[in-house]
Design a binder for this molecule. Structure first.
Ligand SMILES: O=C(O)c1ccccc1N[C@@H]1O[C@H](COP(=O)(O)O)[C@@H](O)[C@H]1O
Length: 217
C-alpha cells in the first residue's frame, strides 16, 4: 500500500520535458504525467511558446505539470492565463499562501536534508494535493540527480508522497519497495543530455515502476 494513500499502483512523472518528441515518448511508455520547468536557471527551462506546443501535442488523460521556483505571483498568473497546465509544482521556498489561489491544484516540493522531520515540514501545506520529496543540495533548487535518505519518509504521511531525486531505472524499484510512494518523479535519470530525454531510458524507467508493485504487505 502506498504511503499517504490506499493504492498499489505507483504513478510516474517524467519531468524536464523540452521537446514534443520527448513528451510523446513519455506518453507511449505509459507515464502518467509530464513536467515542464519554468525556472530560467534550469537547463530544462521552457518558454511559454515551447510549453504551449508541447501541451497541444499531449493526448487526453496525461497530467501536465508546471514546475516553478519562487516565481513572482503576477508572472505566474500571466503564464497560467496562456497555458492549460493541469497541476502546479512549487519547487522553491514558497509558503502555503504563495501556493494557494492560482485556480489550479498544486503539489509542494520539499527538499529533504539529513535528519529532516519530513512530517513536520509537510504539515503547513494542507491545501496541497501531494508532497514531492527531493534532495536538499545547497544553492540548487532541484534536478540535481542526487538522492536522499529514504528512511526519512514518514510511514503514515498525511498526503500522497511523490518521491524524487536521483531516481533511474536501476534504483526506482528499490525506492518503491522501501518508501511505497504514491508516485515517482524523474528528470536526469532518463536523459541523454541535459534537457534532452532518452526514449529507451524513459521506457525502462516506467517499466521498472510498473514491475515494482507495492502490494503484498
Ligand atoms: O529539473 C530541473 O532542472 C529542476 C530545476 C529546479 C527545480 C526542480 C527541478 N527538477 C525537479 O527535480 C527533481 C529531481 O530531479 P532528478 O531526477 O534528480 O534530476 C524532480 O522533481 C524534478 O521535477
Amino acid at each position: 500500500m502506498a504511503r499517504g494513500m490506499n493504492v498499489t499502483v505507483v504513478r510516474s512523472k517524467i519531468c524536464g520535458i523540452t521537446r514534443i518528441e520527448d513528451a510523446l515518448a513519455a506518453v507511449e511508455a505509459g507515464a502518467d504525467a509530464i513536467g515542464l520547468v519554468f525556472y530560467g536557471k534550469s537547463p530544462r527551462a521552457v518558454s511559454i511558446e515551447q510549453a504551449a506546443a508541447i501541451l497541444q501535442a499531449l493526448p487526453p488523460f496525461v497530467t501536465s505539470v508546471g514546475l516553478f521556483v519562487d516565481m513572482p505571483r503576477d508572472q505566474l498568473q500571466q503564464l497560467l492565463q496562456r497555458l492549460p497546465l493541469d497541476l502546479l509544482q512549487f519547487h522553491g521556498d514558497e509558503s502555503p499562501a504563495d501556493c494557494e489561489g492560482h485556480g489550479r491544484p498544486y503539489i509542494k516540493a520539499l527538499r529533504v536534508r539529513p535528519g529532516e522531520d519530513v512530517a513536520a515540514a509537510m504539515a503547513p501545506y494542507a491545501g496541497a494535493r501531494g508532497i514531492l520529496l527531493d534532495t536538499f543540495v545547497e544553492g540548487v533548487p532541484g534536478g540535481t540527480g542526487a538522492s536522499f535518505d529514504w528512511s526519512l519518509v514518514p510511514e503514515n504521511a498525511a498526503k500522497p508522497i511523490i518521491l524524487a531525486g536521483g531516481l533511474d531505472a536501476g534504483n526506482v524499484a528499490t525506492a518503491i519497495r522501501q518508501v511505497r510512494p504514491y508516485a515517482v518523479d524523474v528528470s536526469g535519470g532518463v536523459e541523454a543530455s541535459k534537457g534532452i530525454k532518452d526514449a529507451g531510458k524513459i521506457r525502462a524507467f516506467v517499466r521498472a515502476v510498473r514491475d515494482a508493485r507495492c502490494d503484498g504487505d
